[in-house]
Design a binder for this molecule. Structure first.
Ligand SMILES: [Zn+2]
Length: 439
């Protein structure tokens, strides 16, 4: 695998606290706290239980946007977000979104200076990380006037040749009322005609009105992608329309749980199940596979003797898995719980310690207990930052993780590349398009 893609990242939520802390001090911004760790809690979702709701998330963005409200702060933030994504997660395709008008102190700073500063950050990151292909998405806001949003689209078109790749809209609904996305239609058409991509935040929350908003967006704005859109899972007709129009949903269960857009794991399960049963291709790795198992009625639990798989382990195909795995393979794992599948699933690969290593549900949903995506650098980070796991019964020493990479990773890489092509070809929803793409 050549790297990972991350298409839904907010600049206000992707710069590390220590950089924001320094930027705030360099600019003499009055902060409500004097201790770094209190600041860290102010600008991140520090509590693993998440925030109370999306308003609490906006309160976090209030601070990060204020700190990022100067050309130098925007430049350093964009640069840090792109480099950080590559270093910590091996992300080589990145789209970073931000609202420039929430970073110019209500018009005190020139908007072009803010946007060009972001582009300088992008350019500097491209020089330092030539492996990464990154672009910037300019965001409109649901609280903005039509004129303000028009200025943002105008700037996105003006600076498109320098690295602005799309537009978006987000933000709280004014007075909590249903937002009239159709009013954005002329702006969206203008952006599309200029070659920009269109992604729209909609259907993250809002109940029935939120579902209606997705329908309105699909019909009037015809976006390439939708930010979240998880409420579509509750409306089979809407899912059918999304399928027919080929609109991609940008979904993140972790985000949905942290912001309470989905109240609990049961809600995540229902959402995943609805999409998977509608034939949406799904590939879950490790925890993702366990989520899929639970979504389709299976169980997840610890090994009876407390054994873990942390490091390289052998797996072998079952008869049903032979078309997918050519033979026994060494794979990288990092887990202490295993899966028990319901009858509707097919085990594709197995080993003695944890018999479910790979499985399939329906035509296009797959779960792997192992991690084909983890780079050597990430193994280096994991084995330090979660070193206590290396003491669990059955775990391998750090040196084994690092030294065996050179031996086992190239065949895994070749295998996953082939698998991904074949997996996407199982997408029966738009068979003719998939075939064309494969040709
Ligand atoms: Zn978002």
């Amino acid at each position: 695998m050549e790297g990972l893609a991350e298409l839904h990242t907010h600049l206000g939520g992707s710069v590390s606290s220590d950089i924001l802390w320094s930027l705030a001090h360099e600019q003499g911004i009055a902060l409500p706290v004097k201790d770094y760790w209190e600041f860290d809690r102010l600008v991140t979702i520090a509590d693993p239980r998440g925030v109370a709701d999306l308003n609490a998330l906006d309160a976090i963005y209030h601070w990060t946007e204020l700190i990022q409200s100067s050309p130098i702060a925007v430049e350093r933030s964009v640069h840090a977000a792109i480099g950080g994504a590559y270093r910590s997660q091996g992300i080589t395709t990145l789209e970073l979104r931000f609202n420039p008008m929430k970073r110019n102190r209500g018009g005190e700073r020139d908007l072009d200076h803010i946007i060009l500063a972001a582009i300088r950050g992008l350019d500097r990151a491209s020089l330092e990380y030539p492996q990464v292909n990154a672009g910037l998405i300019l965001m409109m806001d649901r609280t903005f006037t039509a004129e303000m949003n028009a200025v943002i689209v105008d700037k996105a078109i003006r600076w498109a040749p320098r690295g602005i790749c799309g537009i978006d809209v987000a933000g709280p609904r004014p007075r909590g009322e249903r937002y009239l996305y159709r009013d954005l239609q002329p702006l969206v058409e203008e952006a599309r005609d200029a070659g920009l991509g269109v992604t729209i935040h909609v259907g993250e929350e809002g109940g029935d009105a939120g579902i209606e908003e997705i329908g309105e967006v699909v019909e009037t704005l015809r976006p390439d992608r939708i930010g979240h859109g998880i409420l579509a899972a509750r409306d089979p007709e809407l899912m059918e329309t999304l399928r027919a129009t080929g609109i991609v949903l940008e979904i993140c269960p972790t985000s949905n749980l942290l912001t309470k857009a989905l109240p609990d794991e049961a809600a995540v399960r229902l959402t995943l199940r609805a999409f998977v049963e509608a034939g949406v291709p799904f590939l879950g790795l490790c925890l993702g596979a366990q989520l899929l198992t639970r979504a389709v009625g299976g169980q997840v639990g610890p090994h009876p003797e407390g054994l873990v798989e942390v490091g390289y382990v052998g797996i072998e195909p079952t008869p049903a898995g032979e078309p997918w795995f050519r033979g026994p393979m060494k794979v990288y794992e990092w887990h202490r719980e295993g899966m028990t599948l319901p009858n509707c699933c097919e085990v594709l690969a197995t080993n003695e310690r944890y018999p479910v290593q790979a499985f399939r549900y329906g035509a296009s949903a797959f779960g792997f207990q192992f991690h084909p995506e983890v780079t050597l650098e990430m193994k280096g980070i994991w084995t330090l930052s979660a070193a206590e796991r290396l003491k669990s019964p059955g775990a391998q020493q750090r040196g084994v993780h690092l030294s065996m990479h050179a031996l086992y990773d190239p065949p895994i890489d070749r295998w996953i590349d082939g698998f991904l092509d074949r997996w996407l070809a199982t997408d029966v929803r738009r068979a003719s398009d998939v075939l064309q793409a494969a040709e």
